[in-house]
Design a protein around this ligand. Structure first.
Ligand SMILES: NC(=O)c1ccc[n+]([C@@H]2O[C@H](COP(=O)([O-])OP(=O)(O)OC[C@H]3O[C@@H](n4cnc5c(N)ncnc54)[C@H](OP(=O)(O)O)[C@@H]3O)[C@@H](O)[C@H]2O)c1
Length: 315
């Protein structure tokens, strides 16, 4: 597809994020090689449902050994059974971790390091859009804990295993909703003002994208690349529960979970520059609106807060 048409689709939002945009773009993509991830090991959080489950199925079909990182083991085992029924012979494991609970992330990461020599792909897919302000066991706002603090801690603890890959890849599943919010520099924990789950969600998805270049630089010497992406609008149990009206209105236009998983699969299988934000196999701008732009000092301030909260060194 011509770059200008691709950009036009992106800026219309409705067309670019929905199924028609994907179908138009996909016409010019080649398929991934059927063995594109042969011999690779992948960890995917929130992989018992929606886009995460579709990513796991897609990576297993491309030859990866996949671990579904879930907070409900029973649902994880059911998802693993579905995937192996579809791809007989696939290696699909289940590991329990509540990614919003920093103590549980530490336990999980240490168990992984004990049992796994190498991690090639780590996908931070777990996501929440809460109705009311709730906190993680360590007292952090739940979207911040789930989308940012747990992922940066897990990445840091698993970095030695990602380094052993020689080309470790970390993928943060963000959202196009982040375009509506600037970095919440003055209220990272959303303690002031009326709490809206959609705002908390978008602010923390914004933090994921803002910290992607910082993480890319942090792990570059270990040959670990870091990418963020957004899947477009996808019909999943998460959307049904959190945004029922949006789903009702847009349902014919929504992507399937497998379609939403495409860019993450492609990033897992493709050598691309680290530190960028992707959608439909193309790097996308960090901002559409001038009011969401922030200084490097603000980015640094948010990074320092998040590293202190997660208990990792900032540099
Ligand atoms: N669907 C869309 O249109 C859309 C658009 C933009 C971005 N996204 C992003 O895509 C990702 C997947 O969303 P989805 O639409 O597939 O929603 P989903 O079906 O609700 O899946 C979310 C997954 O995250 C898991 N999860 C939530 N909190 C967790 C925690 N603390 N620890 C471990 N796992 C946790 C959920 O586990 P449980 O089943 O146990 O709750 C579930 O497996 C999210 O990051 C979302 O923000 C989705």
């Amino acid at each position: 597809m011509h770059d200008r048409l691709d950009t036009l689709l992106d800026r219309t939002v409705l067309l670019g994020y929905s199924r028609p945009g994907l179908l138009l773009r996909r016409a010019s993509w080649g398929p991934l090689a059927p063995d594109a991830l042969q011999g690779r090991t992948a960890l995917i959080t929130g992989a018992n449902s929606g886009i995460g489950k579709a990513m796991a199925a897609g990576m297993a079909a491309l030859g990866a050994e996949v671990t579904l990182v879930v907070r409900d083991t029973e649902r994880g085992v059911a998802a693993a059974a579905e995937i192996t029924a579809h791809t007989p012979g696939a290696t699909v494991r289940v590991a329990r971790c509540d990614i919003s609970d920093l103590a549980d992330v530490r336990r999980f990461a240490h168990e992984m390091l004990d049992h796994t020599d190498r991690v090639d792909i780590l996908v931070h897919n777990a996501g929440v859009l809460p109705r009311t302000r709730t906190e993680s066991p360590q007292g952090h706002e739940i979207c911040l804990a789930t989308h940012v603090l747990g992922p940066i801690l897990a990445t840091d603890l698993l970095a030695p295993a990602l380094q052993r890959s020689g080309a470790g890849r970390v993928i943060l599943v963000s959202s196009g909703g982040m375009y509506s919010q600037p970095l919440p520099v003055r209220d990272i924990e959303y303690r002031t003002g009326d709490y809206h789950g959609a705002t908390a969600y978008a602010r923390t998805k914004r933090i994921q994208v803002a910290l992607t270049p910082v993480l890319a630089e942090r792990y570059a010497a270990q040959h670990i690349s870091v990418h963020s992406m957004h899947p477009g609008w996808v019909d999943t149990p998460g959307i049904e529960a959190a945004l029922p009206r949006f789903r009702r209105l847009t349902r014919p236009l929504l992507r399937t979970p497998a379609e939403g998983a495409d860019t993450a699969l492609w990033l897992a299988a493709t050598e691309v520059p680290s530190g960028k934000f992707w959608h439909d196999r193309h790097p996308r701008p960090e901002h559409y609106l001038r009011r969401t732009r922030v200084s490097e000092a603000d980015r640094e301030r948010v990074w320092r807060y998040c590293t202190a909260a997660a208990g990792i060194t900032p540099s």
